[in-house]
Design a protein. Structure first.
Length: 346
């Protein structure tokens, strides 16, 4: 007998304490508790919520923005590390699954940053770390390309859970690769982007992307988007006063929860801070697939063949000499005793 989870999901729409890692971690933990106290079993946070988005890339030229890049590097976190462990402990203490966006710093490169989504189980286990595959437009000045080593769907207490960051939700093949792994709950994390072209309605664009994934895949999508605080505006306006008007554009942030028919469940949040809640019943993902099951009967795998390279990509590969059988391996350095068997060692 197939029994699919029923649960309450929460989507956070808020601004971080800009480039203040410790204060933002505290805010994440408070919001985790708030969502759990309201009955949520899954809470989604915005893209790079820890601890901010590089808005200077859209406002300043690369030379002017370089000091801000250094500030971002200093505020970024490593995974595993104490900051993400604090969030994991909050997830465990509140028995809630968490997806949170962070600026991740490579442990072998102080200037190499990734736009990363971390998925944490309700028992505090870190299930995965997905690095954004391709930074969007001006973001290329800040983040390195990710790989597909964590382009995975995680088995959680709320069902098969996957996630993508912002513009990745327009990448049809990335979305399909999650659906093909049995995804039923999708987290789409975004940032408010009022610096987009004037005729671009960011809030509506986010909704359209989420509706497309939900309808095509017959899944639930939880959208979490950041907001732009006065703190962020003043930080940018200190040297570029024109940024006040640019960053004040409306319809720049959208958070909400959509069902497998692509329709919103309840009312979304647009531009304002808060938490959106919705009751999810994964059994609703079954019936629509009788008509369109794009990872099953409604496809032609004899015609289409998608291959996904999930090998971790690293700057170099070290090939060390084999250890003689008679040698006591207990005295080898830790690096020689173990292979990089998990994505978190990359």
């Amino acid at each position: 007998m197939l029994n699919l989870p029923q649960f309450k999901a929460a989507a956070v729409q808020a601004a971080p304490s800009f480039l203040d890692t410790d204060a933002t971690i505290d805010k994440v933990c408070r919001l985790i508790k708030e969502a759990a106290d309201n009955g949520a079993k899954l809470v989604a946070f915005p893209e790079v919520f820890v601890a901010g988005y590089p808005y200077w890339n859209w406002i300043m030229n690369p030379v002017e923005g370089s000091p801000w890049f250094e500030k971002l590097c200093r505020s970024a976190i490593e995974i595993p590390g104490p900051e993400i462990q604090t969030i994991a402990s909050a997830a465990k203490a509140n028995s809630i699954n968490v997806v949170v966006g962070v600026n991740e710093r490579s442990h072998t490169g102080v200037g190499t940053l990734y736009n990363t989504l971390v998925t944490i189980a309700d028992d505090g286990r870190i299930l995965g770390r997905h690095r954004k595959l391709v930074p969007t437009w001006a973001e290329k000045l800040t983040w390195a390309n990710g790989d597909a080593s964590a382009l995975r769907v995680h088995d959680t207490s709320v069902g098969p859970l996957g996630s993508l960051a912002c513009g990745e939700n327009t990448n049809t093949l990335a979305r399909f690769s999650l659906l093909a792994q049995g995804e039923l709950v999708h987290v789409a994390s975004y940032i408010a982007l009022p610096v987009a072209p004037e005729d671009y309605d960011m809030a509506d664009a986010i909704r359209v992307r989420a509706a497309a994934h939900s309808f095509e895949g017959k899944v639930f999508t939880v959208v979490s988007c950041s907001t732009i605080s006065p703190e962020i505006v003043e930080a940018m306006a200190a040297s570029h006063p024109q940024s006040r008007s640019v960053l004040a554009r409306k319809n720049s942030a959208f958070s909400g929860i959509l069902g497998p028919d692509g329709r919103l469940i309840g009312e979304p949040l647009i531009d304002t801070e808060g938490i959106v809640y919705a009751d999810i019943d994964l059994s609703r993902c079954i019936q629509p697939r009788q008509m369109h099951d794009i990872t099953g009967h409604y496809n032609r795998f004899d015609i289409f063949d998608l291959q996904v390279n999930r090998r971790p990509l690293t700057p170099t590969r070290f090939i060390d000499a084999a250890v003689p059988a008679e040698r006591d391996t207990a005295y080898q350095p830790a690096e020689a005793r173990s292979l990089e068997t998990t994505e978190f060692n990359q």
